[in-house]
Design a protein around this ligand. Structure first.
Ligand code: 5GP
Ligand code: ZN
Length: 136
């Protein structure tokens, strides 16, 4: 797609530090490296984000992730990894071509800040919401 930075990387029009490539998928180092080894895994076909993907394209993308993640872990010696996918601006998406972040973790005080604030469970509300989602 025109003006998509990741499509340009896939087409070889702009450089990237590639770590894995096959017919459907490309993985390359994120330019800003939140932690050393921060990698992006992208489908070669353009989709705005995961919310627009069909199950076949999503399967192809996710099928590659465990192997690529283990390669990054092995090469970096990281102690763990966050695997993250942002969808739409409100969720932190800034490049609108589906990508999955592999962020190796080395210490608790690195530059990746990810916080889940826990709330007291409201079981009737959970049941109502689950039913609404299952029927959507
Ligand atoms: P998002 O915020 O959409 O989840 O993540 C987009 C990521 O793409 C960011 O972490 C950003 O550093 C990375 N990025 C943006 N432009 C480029 C680029 O030209 N090359 C590479 N390798 N990464 C990029
Ligand atoms: Zn694209």
């Amino acid at each position: 797609m025109a003006n998509c930075i990741f499509c340009k990387i896939i087409a070889g029009e702009i450089p990237a530090s590639k770590v894995y490539e096959d017919e459907e998928i490309l993985a390359f180092l994120d330019i800003s490296q939140v932690t050393p080894g921060h990698t992006l895994v992208v489908p070669k076909k353009h989709f705005r984000n995961m919310l627009e993907m069909n199950s076949k394209a999503a399967s192809q993308l996710f099928a590659r992730i465990p192997d690529i993640a283990r390669k990054v872990m092995k090469a970096t010696g990281a102690r763990g990894m966050n695997i993250i996918n942002n969808n739409e601006e409100i969720a932190g998406q800034s490049v609108f071509h589906t990508h999955v972040h592999l962020a190796p973790r080395y210490t608790e005080n690195d530059d990746l800040k990810l916080t889940f604030v826990a709330h007291e469970p409201n079981f009737p509300a959970l049941a109502e919401l689950a039913e609404k989602i299952s029927k959507a």
